[in-house]
Design a protein around this ligand. Sequence first.
Ligand code: C6P
Length: 415
Amino acid sequence: MVAAPTSSVVELTRGDFPILAQEVRPGVPLIYLDSAATSQKPGVVLEALDRYYRESNANVHRGIHAFSERATAAYEGARAKVRDFIHAASAQEIIFTRNTTESINLVAYAWGLSALRPGDEIVLTEMEHHSNIVPWQIVAERQGARVRYIPVTEDGLLNLDAYNQLLESGRVRLVGVVHVSNVLGTINPVAEIIRRAHAAGALALVDAAQSVPHMVVDVQALDADFFAFSGHKMVGPTGIGVLYGKRDVLDAMPPFLGGGSMISSVTLERTTYADLPQKFEAGTPAIAQAIGLGAAVDYLAGVGMEAIHQHESALVGYAMQQLSQIAGLKIFGPSADLRAGVVSFTMKGIHPHDVAQGLDSAGIAVRAGHHCAMPLHEKFGLPATVRASFYLYNTSGEVDHLVEALERVRALFAR
Ligand code: C6P
């Protein structure tokens, strides 16, 4: 029997998130267990957005006037905060995008369309989110390249022997791997995967959408060539994401989008491009959202990423132990020590959408469906799962409510 974990993280932070004091319906408080889809936002992030629009709003990198300089300083300040948060060497390696999806598409189109040749191979994994599958399928088809996949084992881990065999073809140009699965919660051994990719002469891209918000990451220690994540999953606003890329790799790539801000000079015949990071930031960027992300990074760093990770590990261990007591409930993925704060499950004889609806009537927000990972669900022979995902503001009491509500759903459908 695992005791309900207690944590100073949640005691310190819970009150910072105004939405968590909301009721779903009169008398039914919100229990938010869907942070893998998007996280809630603390007051400091909401205030940073509001303050920017009230006190500093202007376009960046354009005006000579004081407000443009103020907005530019805040926008570039946010970039520097992100650099420090993921331990990148230079702010020039931090490209602001809309989200993880756009970051990966940037690499697929800018790098893939210029570097891939017929017969080249891209290696991904069977546990990728669609955003790290579909762009590669599109680009591979155009270039005559091939996409291959590292298989997932029954217990939700990557088969690294099969990975070695894939690398033996000698044709692999890029390995793309999810750091933390949004379905299984599996924390993949990305440092080792990247080491093997480099030994085989391939670049390595990490989909870090579910890792950067929840644990300490160091892109230099991992030696990743590309690292993609979203602001909205890390207590920041929607509309802002990040692509980290090694400077020499980004320098060698052509731009993705063309337009204002990404140029050095333009004539009617040709264009020369700006240096990094502007080369990849065409048009007016998401200024307020970047500044909001800077505030989010400050907030997370203030709480401490190691403390957040510990809190979620304890919570997911407790949740798995409690959920496994429910008759007919099956959890997918590895043991708690190998996963982040995500638990996907099915309940015998009850459709996942019915489970989610039953939970919603108890004020509990979870996600049900394929979670944009259809190939992984297919692998497990499932159309859908129910997913509970945790963050720094969740409590063990909320896990208890989840378990009680699931017992009620089970009893209802047993009648
Ligand atoms: N997963 C989920 O409920 P965007 O939408 O671009 O911010 O993130 C895409 C993405 C990429 N990789 C992983 C591992 C992800 O989990 C996600 C987003 C959400 O699981 C929405 S589908």
